[in-house]
Design a protein around this ligand. Structure first.
Ligand SMILES: Nc1ncnc2c1ncn2[C@@H]1O[C@H](COP(=O)(O)OP(=O)(O)OP(=O)(O)O)[C@@H](O)[C@H]1O
Length: 310
């Protein structure tokens, strides 16, 4: 488990991380979201002992990273895929890491196979594409077979096949009982991959809840309705908060449940050809929430919104 308590980081006048508290539980993929500059990388750097907190603590398996004798066996991380000596081969990069953590050479071959890099193992890292460097970074994260992993923007530079591979890798690591923390700006992928979300804005926690709860809480539910008597139906729905007509004549209703719309239509003798609740997207919910958070913060202080996990 990764635990962050009262974590704070100040760089001069900039309060990059402001009293953050959250936990990343085993068996789940936790998505770490926030607008640009909200403090995600700074938080992850403190979890991984690359930056010292101004206040508060970050621990993995109950201990700060710096106090772990073999950190790669406790938490694997992908932070900066560029951080590899360009003259070193993928194999030797991993071998050096393995040696530093008391891991057998066999693990190097295993993780190279896990990330599909056997053929490129002897090539110099300096010749790798961004996608290959990401794969090498992921191989390094898996080297110590750790119970927790932290991936900062793992999808950068990956092609569609690579993106699907990452999704499956994250899901399988969570299914094996590992704690998986992942940041990404690709909301559609995050929605498919994460079970739980930690959302920060301006260094502060603004949401800590399941993906489903987050989308439900931060977006209006819409129902798509098709009817050959759309105008009559529009009249019957006058009480709905909002009804708009799409280009193809379908109505999109906000403020009533599908069953309520169906009941009104039946009572009014209106024929329906379609009545479908629409699932809001994570992207929509995220934009709504972060816009609200920014507006609210601009006034005085932010109220932290927390919710129960699934
Ligand atoms: N070494 C540093 N010195 C000074 N300020 C810094 C330093 N590192 C980060 N910051 C500032 O701290 C804030 C948070 O930055 P951080 O990189 O953690 O955000 P982020 O959420 O990861 O952003 P992005 O989504 O753009 O990667 C920003 O205002 C940034 O300019």
């Amino acid at each position: 488990m990764i635990e962050v308590r009262g974590l704070t980081k100040r760089y001069g006048d900039v309060l990059a991380v402001d009293d953050l508290t959250f936990a990343v539980r085993p068996g789940e993929v936790t998505g770490f979201l926030g607008p640009n500059g909200s403090g995600k990388s700074t938080t992850l750097r403190m979890v991984l002992g690359l930056d010292a907190p101004t206040a508060g603590t970050a621990t993995v398996g109950g201990r700060p990273y710096a106090a772990q004798p073999a950190p790669l066996t406790v938490v694997g991380a992908l932070l900066d895929p560029g951080a590899v000596l360009p003259s070193r081969s993928a194999f030797h990069h991993l071998l050096a890491l393995a040696a530093g953590n008391g891991l057998p050479r066999r693990r190097v071959d295993e993780v190279l196979a896990d990330v599909g890099m056997e053929k490129a193992a002897r090539r110099k890292a300096g010749t790798f594409s961004l996608g290959m460097r990401q794969r090498l970074g992921i191989a390094a994260a898996l080297l110590g077979d750790p119970p927790a992993v932290v991936f900062d923007e793992p999808l950068n530079g990956l092609d569609p096949e690579g993106i699907v591979w990452i999704r499956q890798l994250m899901r399988s690591m969570a299914a094996e009982g590992r704690a998986v923390l992942m940041s990404s700006h690709l909301m559609s992928e995050m929605e498919l991959t994460a079970d739980h979300l930690i959302v920060i804005g301006r260094g502060k926690l603004i949401a800590d809840m399941s993906m489903k709860a987050f989308i439900d809480m931060n977006s209006e539910r819409e129902v798509l309705v098709r009817s050959p008597q759309a105008e009559t139906l529009r009249g019957l729905l006058a009480t709905a908060v909002d009804v708009r007509t799409e280009n193809d004549g379908a109505l999109v209703v906000t403020g009533l449940e599908a069953a309520e719309i169906g009941a009104l239509a039946a009572a009014g003798g209106v024929e329906l050809h379609e009545l479908s609740p629409r699932q809001a997207s994570l992207e929509q919910a995220f934009m709504d929430l972060t816009r609200d958070a920014v507006e609210y913060q601009a006034e005085t202080k932010t109220e932290t919104m927390t919710g129960a996990s699934r």
